[in-house]
Every structure is written in structure tokens, then in C-alpha cells.
Design a protein around this ligand. Sequence first.
Ligand code: ADE
Ligand code: ZN
Length: 319
Amino acid sequence: MAFPKAELHLHIEGTLEPELAFALAARNGVTLPYADTEALREAYRFDDLQSFLDLYYALMAVLRTADDFTELADAYLARAAAQGVRHAEIFFDPQAHTVRGVPIGTVVEGLGAALDRAEERYGISTRLIMCFLRDESAESALDTLRAAGPYLDRITGVGLDSAEVGHPPAKFREVYEEAARLGLRRVAHAGEEGPAEYIREALDVLGVERIDHGLRCVEDPELVERLARERVPLTLCPLSNVRLRTIDTLKDHPLREMLAAGLMATVNSDDPSYFGGYVGDNFDAVRDTLSLTPDQLRTLARNSFLASFLDDDEPRRER
Ligand code: ADE
Ligand code: ZN
């Protein structure tokens, strides 16, 4: 569906399509362990979050220069525009690049070159959110935040992603405190594979303004009541949940119940190249499978703008 919407949960590295991966591999002299794009697509069968992350990080080997990141972001923006995206808040994983010897400046400047002309070329306003890898140490996250210092004029906020279970939000208390001091907005993945308690911790310890995924809040009625009362946005990613087997089938997605409970749900694509669809495809899938009404679809689209950081002044959530 191509009605206007904002996308708030999108990992730019997760938009790397097999065709671009092979083109960049050839350009950069990287050998991929797949015969062709078909064989690579065949590998997109995941048992859980970790099995996806293993491939996601491995394929990043093809991203080396600022131009590579510009091309990656341009390809996403063109696809997003075709599906009605008017505003995109884009995650990137600096540590996944610095560990390979690609400096954070190369990543930010490369992405920034595409984002700078996104309004004019695609009619999309953008924000950039740097994510810390939660399966790395808190010290590494703090080092990454310091390394981002010269580029903070291009970075709106910080997030937390990668393997969730065993890496609770509280591990990153200090780095989020520092991010807040620097005036950065704060979000975190929580309740994707991890328990509802991680959602509470992300709110109470990290002071986040949005929860990425938050799916498992439905296991905790008291938390659902709180999230609804405080209007905490949840950036849901339905096709991602099916592909990573967080739910068995899309029919099992609790989106209708979440809307009925007054949760501020939004629909997003997460890693669209890997999970079978961009954000419009996610909207189509939930509309068809969960029989959403036009009113519910309008609410989801409206929520996406309300939950965005378009108004950059002050955190809007009151607690
Ligand atoms: N990094 C990229 N996609 C992710 C997801 N769905 N969960 C956690 N980390 C991620
Ligand atoms: Zn994600």
C-alpha cells in the first residue's frame, strides 16, 4: 500500500539486496560463498534471530567505501518512496563496520550523502539512528558513542540491537545516560525474542522514547496497560516476526489486539531484503491476513508520524 507513512524501524544494512551484494562484492574484490543471487536468496531461511544475524553480519563484508553506503541508502530510499514512505528513521550498526576496519566516518558520510538529497530525489525526510550491538560490551558501546562525536550533527539518536536474550537493557545504562547528555533521542529493541521485562527495563533504566518490536509485551497485561497509558510507540515488524519465528504464522500476530488495547503500534520492515518485503508489503500482509479495517490502517499510518522524531525539539512522551 502506497499511502503516506513513516518508517521508524529499518536497519539500512538489512536492505542489502542480493543483486547489490554481488555488485559490491565484485567491485571490492570480496568473494561471497554463494554461486549467485539465487543461491544467496535460498540461504534466507532462518530459525531464529541469531541465525539471521549470522548471515546479516557476514554479508556486510561487501560494504567498504562511502560510495557503497551511499548506493545502499539510495536503493532503499527509491524502494521506500515507491511504497509511500515520506519519512524514514534509519538504523545503522557502526560496530559491525568498525570491527572490519571501516571507520564510522566512512559509514556516516556515505549514508549522509544519500540522505542529504532524499527530500529532493524521493520526497523523503530522514533521520539517522546509530545502534549499539547489545552482544558487545558496554565499553565498546561507549567507545562507539565517542567515535561518533564528530558526526553527531548527522545523528538524531541511539538504539540497541543484535542478539537480545542474555543482554538486558540495563547493561547499557551508562552509555544511554551519556547519549541523553549529548541531546540524543533514545530507542531500543526490546521484547522481540527477549522477555517483557526487558521492555520495562528499556523504559525505566535507559529512558527510551520508543520500543523497537515490543511484541512480547502482550504476555504482561500490566505492561500493556502502562504502554497504552503512556502512549509508548512500538515499532512492530510483522514479516520479520514470521521469518525469525517469533510467531508461527502472520495469522498469530497480535496487532489487532494491540490496537484494541490502545497501544501506539506502528508497522515497519526491519530488514526488508531478508524478510520478504518493504514497509508497504508489511502493511499489505497485515491488512489481508488480519483483515484490518481502513480505520485501523489509518491509525497505523498516523501513529507512524506521531511516533517519529520529526519534531526534533523535545522528547514528547510524558511519564
Ligand atoms: N539487527 C538487524 N535486525 C535486527 C532485529 N530484528 N533484531 C535485533 N537486531 C537486529
Ligand atoms: Zn530491528
